[in-house]
Design a protein around this ligand. Sequence first.
Ligand code: SDX
Length: 438
Amino acid sequence: MALNSAEGKATLSFSDGTPALELPIYKGTIGPDVIDIRQLYAKTGKFTYDPGFLSTASCNSTITYIDGDKGELLYRGYPIEQLATKCDYLEVCHLLLFGDLPNEKQRAEFVSRVTKHTMVNEQMQFFLRGFRRDAHPMAVLTGLVGALSAFYPDSINLHDPWQREVSAIRLIAKLPTLVAMAYKYSIGQPYMYPRNDLSYAANFMRMMFATPCEDYKPNEVLVRALDRIFTLHADHEQNASTSTVRLCASSGTNPFAAIAAGVACLWGPAHGGANEACLNMLYDIQKQGGVAKIGEFIAQVKDKNSNVKLMGFGHRVYKNYDPRAKLMRETCHEVLGELGLGDDPLFKLAMALERIALEDEYFVSRKLYPNVDYYSGIVQKAIGIPVPLFTAIFALARTVGWIAQLNEMIADPEYKIGRPRQLYVGSVKRDVKPIKER
Ligand code: SDX
């Protein structure tokens, strides 16, 4: 959205004789101010340099706010703690997409629209046949989401608000179906069609765990836990996969292709792939001796040459406890209690590892705390979700955030195709020599 008038200025002076430059400063509703450098190159011939974007705001947004020092997360101003306990995921989807929580009538209409789009074209099943049964679900999902653009030519024009809304509903509705299909394909079981009489999370659990051979009644505690997991992962400001979606969509490509790019980026272990990596890390420590081996593991993490990280810990923005990790730990307690797994050794190991790490100078001095991925794997494992599917669940839940951010960018009259520059440190111009002289 267009920025209000500047509230202050920054003066940039140069030691190389370049004339000083005044740059406008803009203030947000809350959070850090920004220095508008859009004129910098035109007026000075210089770029800013910020690999990893540690000090760069790529856009202005009204969707999600994170205070990394306080450990605060707001979706459209509502604290995540309240949304995760007082709303369900589809209400949060409505909030992220349209700017506010739905009233009863709006909620009923939105739920009905999503429910009626949960089926996928029957042809989609033939894409899966091209994969090995042991293909990673994120490889399958990246392909399936991109393939959706071939089936819905009536909702691929990014510049038509109605088509953007239709593709948003289709993506939110179909991701659970596609994730469940990827799972069923991997275990050689028949796909389960979605049911219109089930809630979003219950429908997903049924498509995942039911078979045509008998009735399946989802456990309400597990359904609620899964719904909360979706809410906790729904959006998170300008993280790597959201920035990927924004940059991809800025070329004007279709929403399905842009979301497929987000899925691909989320797969990385430094990002959404951390929940799978975290559980595998806990399995490894357990195999080596469990709690008694935590000291040895922590020593490995501190040894830079080991390349071992404490997965599920640390965050670019949170320098305090990730509020989602606290809620995820509570959900862990609920789910394990419901399943009579309160003494689950992996959960006890995770809590012991967390306690030891939070008392260790290495982590304290670097402000490394558990993030959303630390406990999510334990909850998902308890619910019965296989480890390789964890990041696909993250992608399912984050799809609404990606779409909301994409829509906000495309609707901004000031948006342009994203095209960063570089500091070139390569060879100066030189001539090609004949091969005998090289
Ligand atoms: C998500 O951006 C988002 O919002 C992402 C996300 C979302 O909802 O979209 O929140 C989801 O991706 C959560 C993060 C999941 N990733 C992990 O849990 C993987 C483990 N974490 C690290 O890879 C790391 O913490 C990052 C990638 C998350 C953040 O890295 P930064 O901000 O680039 O920090 P850094 O790598 O510069 O680390 C600073 C220091 C370094 O040590 P020194 O060089 O100062 O000695 O902390 C160390 C790092 O080595 N460090 C860790 C560590 N994370 C950082 N050391 C051990 N274990 C870790 N996990």
